[in-house]
Design a protein around this ligand. Structure first.
Ligand SMILES: [Zn+2]
Length: 204
């Protein structure tokens, strides 16, 4: 495998680890899909996790502007899915530091731990395992920017945009593989529901 794994190599790794599943799934927001990805299943294996995070760091390093910022760069993630990505990417890049924001209770806004301060002008790379709705990374971006940090790029291992996926405007955006799941808004528009295929509800 090359230093940056190809889309096909990433998908093979995800399938073999059980992280990428085909079937009939209903997401918590009500969307039906024929594909479900739970990246932490792939991140259980440390060597696989390294292939993915080192690959992503190589894409980032190829951007000369980002490369110049690496010694000052903070890698910031939404907990918990983004944590192994943040540590792996920070290690591979030899970036400055890692921290994260989290929801203490489901439905509450994300926040940093007490005394975790973003410095004004701090260069921040946002990372996560997967970008699906963009909601969490958008919330995290606002948390950083409200504290006068400067978000310089967004990087995720897998880009699986749903139909309402938020975008990040002109920010550089990196991913290792893109998945185009077949989404339906509800059971009446879902072919798998019409065919009577049993659905699995997924939480994340
Ligand atoms: Zn369905």
């Amino acid at each position: 495998m090359e230093l940056v794994p190809t889309q096909a190599e990433v998908l093979t790794l995800l399938r073999e680890s059980g992280a990428l599943r085909h079937g009939h799934f209903i997401y918590s927001n009500g969307l039906h899909a024929n594909e479900y990805l739970q990246v932490p299943l792939a991140m259980r294996n440390y060597q696989q996790a390294r292939v993915l995070t080192v690959g992503l760091s190589r894409l980032l390093r190829a951007n000369p502007e980002l490369r110049a910022m690496i010694p000052l760069l903070s890698v910031v993630a939404p907990a918990t899915g983004g944590l192994p990505v943040a540590y792996g990417v920070c290690e591979a890049l030899r970036a400055h530091q890692v921290y994260w924001a989290e929801n203490e209770t489901a439905g509450e806004p994300m926040r940093f731990r007490q005394f975790m301060e973003v410095q004004p002008g701090e260069k921040v790379l946002l990372v996560d395992d997967i970008l699906r709705s963009g909601r969490r990374l958008t919330e995290l971006r606002k948390l950083v920017e409200d504290r006068d940090g400067e978000v310089v790029a967004v990087a995720v291992m897998i880009y699986q945009p749903n139909p309402d996926c938020l975008d990040f405007g002109s920010l550089p955006f990196y991913y290792l593989a893109k998945l185009d799941a077949m989404y339906s808004r509800d059971s009446t528009s879902c072919e798998m529901c019409k065919n009577g295929e049993v659905a699995t509800k997924v939480l994340f």
